[in-house]
Design a protein around this ligand. Structure first.
Ligand code: MCF
Ligand code: ZN
Length: 325
């Protein structure tokens, strides 16, 4: 589907095509046994295994220059899917080990590559600094410090991803409070594995304005109504959820029920090559499964543009490009 699209939920390394990771591994003589299947795609059995394969693949990205090359590859693919605005999750744990000086160097390299992609393809990139839940609250604080130090025109948010079954949102409240103070906007992965209560906890204890996934909110309609009332946007990643077996099929995925109940839903790919998806595939599959037409997709993209963490001038530019002729 050739509509202009806004994507709010994309993990930077998770968007790396297998060929890109294999090429870097060859250059640097890194052994990636177990990371790929015989057919060349990423190999993982379940969610916890996915997290370790993700980290193994990411280990070949060693320098700011590697991240610049990754950024170019990722944005070319997004632009080829008609994405006009994208927010990407970046972790200081992977970029310099949460040393603020090193982190700045990675960000400069990524931003230069993003500026070039914006000139060449018109795609706009903004970054969300992300702590990793299974690395624990202390590492999260170091990431939050990096985030607070680099908050600005293109680092616009702070978030948390990773294994939702490790620790409670309130263990990370300090990091969220610090980054809110620094002017960053907040999102948290919740309700992917953790049930409706995990979404409630993220909203109450971290005071986020967006939820990554959030799909299990559907098991508690009073919670969905609270999300509607508080205008909290869900970054829904249907292909990811089906691929990781959160739901057995797209037909059983709650995105349509959430939308019908009035929740602010948006559509993203999460880690596209891991989940054998692209933004175009997501749209085609949703259109086929739920009979969504262009009006529905226009509504989703309008919701996404309004929930984006960018400044108001950028938002206006994006909204203008979404206007249909
Ligand atoms: O959204 C998917 C699945 N649910 C939770 N976490 C992740 C997803 N994709 C990547 N992640 C995590 C993972 O721990 O985010 C981190 C990875 O190490 C990267 S954030 C730049
Ligand atoms: Zn995610």
């Amino acid at each position: 589907m050739r509509l202009p699209k806004v994507e709010l939920h994309l993990h930077h390394e998770g968007a790396a095509p297998p060929a890109f990771i294999k090429g870097l591994a060859r250059e640097k003589s890194v052994n990636l046994d177990g990371v790929f299947k015989a057919d060349g795609s990423y190999a993982f059995r379940d969610f916890v295994h996915f997290l370790s394969v993700y980290e193994a693949a990411t280990s070949v990205l060693k320098t700011p220059e590697d991240y610049a090359r990754l950024t170019k590859a990722v944005l070319e693919e997004s632009a080829a899917n008609d994405v006009i605005y994208s927010e990407t999750f970046l972790s200081p744990d992977f970029c310099g080990g949460s040393d603020v000086g090193a982190w700045r160097e990675y960000l400069h390299a990524i931003k230069d590559a993003a500026d070039e992609a914006e000139r060449d393809h018109g795609i706009i990139l903004r970054g969300i600094v992300t702590c990793i839940r299974h690395f624990g609250p202390e590492k999260a604080k170091a990431s939050a410090l990096c985030a607070a130090e680099t908050a600005g025109d293109w680092i616009v948010g702070f978030g948390i991803a990773g294994d939702e079954m490790k620790g409670k949102p309130k263990d990370f409240a300090y990091s969220f409070d610090m980054t809110r103070e620094a002017g960053l906007r907040l999102t948290a992965h919740a309700g992917e594995w953790g049930g409706a209560q995990s979404v409630r906890d993220a909203v109450d204890d971290l005071r986020v304005e967006r939820i990554g996934h959030g799909v299990h909110a559907i098991n508690d309609l009073a919670l969905v109504d609270k999300l509607v009332e508080n205008e909290i946007t869900l970054e829904v990643c249907p292909g990811s959820n089906v691929n990781l077996n959160v739901y057995p099929s797209l037909a059983e995925h709650p995105i349509e029920k959430l939308r019908k109940r009035g929740a602010k839903v948006t559509v993203s790919t999460d880690d596209p090559p891991f989940f054998h998806t692209t933004m175009r595939d997501e749209y085609v599959n949703l259109a086929r499964t739920f009979r969504w037409n262009e009006d529905v997709f226009a509504e989703l993209n309008d919701t996404a543009a309004r929930a984006a963490f960018c400044d108001e001038d950028t938002r206006e530019r994006v909204l203008k490009r979404l206007e249909r002729t």
